[in-house]
Write a protein that binds this ligand. Structure first.
Ligand code: FES
Length: 161
């Protein structure tokens, strides 16, 4: 993994924060680590094509997820929805170099949030596909928990006496 690129992205994350005039938003969480990424997308017309004007993100997650989200929101600018949908987690995190195995899901979570936003914009009623170990979440915390509950099953708490 390219530590310098990671540190640069963390020192100056691009497109961080909620976008109030976005066309679509997607949220994905990882049941593995409890981290979450939310990604907003706004489109514009350019040369007769509808392309991504800008994207922003919030991450309640690890540093790798923040760095990948920062890179991804830059990378998808100017792409059509279809082009952005083609981008894999590997491509989105490529500037960081190969991620260590325990960090691969961080990139997949960003890809999942991007897909959720792109699918949401298409007006499709079906939920965005679940990527590997990620869970697509609803727009509110209650919906998110309900969605996560359905995907990963009930959480059982055992108290030791
Ligand atoms: Fe889970 Fe990075 S450790 S998103």
């Amino acid at each position: 993994m390219n530590e310098q690129t990671l540190q640069d992205a963390l020192a100056n994350p691009q497109n961080l924060g909620e976008m109030t005039d976005a066309d679509a938003v997607g949220t994905v969480g990882s049941p593995d680590c409890g981290d979450m990424v939310r990604l907003w997308v706004k489109y514009k017309e350019h040369d007769g094509r509808k392309v991504i004007d800008k994207a922003s993100f919030q991450s309640f997650g690890c540093q790798t997820a923040i760095a990948v989200a920062s890179l991804a929101t830059e990378m998808i600018r100017g792409k059509t929805r279809e082009e952005a949908l083609q981008m894999s987690a590997e491509e989105l995190s490529r500037p960081l170099g190969p991620l260590p195995p325990m960090k691969i899901h961080c990139g997949q979570m960003v890809e999942g949030a991007l897909r959720a936003a792109l699918e949401a914009e298409s007006g499709a009623s079906r939920p965005a596909p679940v990527q590997n170990n990620t869970v697509t979440m609803g727009p509110t915390l209650v919906e998110s928990l309900a969605a996560a509950d359905k995907k990963v099953g009930k959480i059982k708490i055992v108290l030791n006496s």
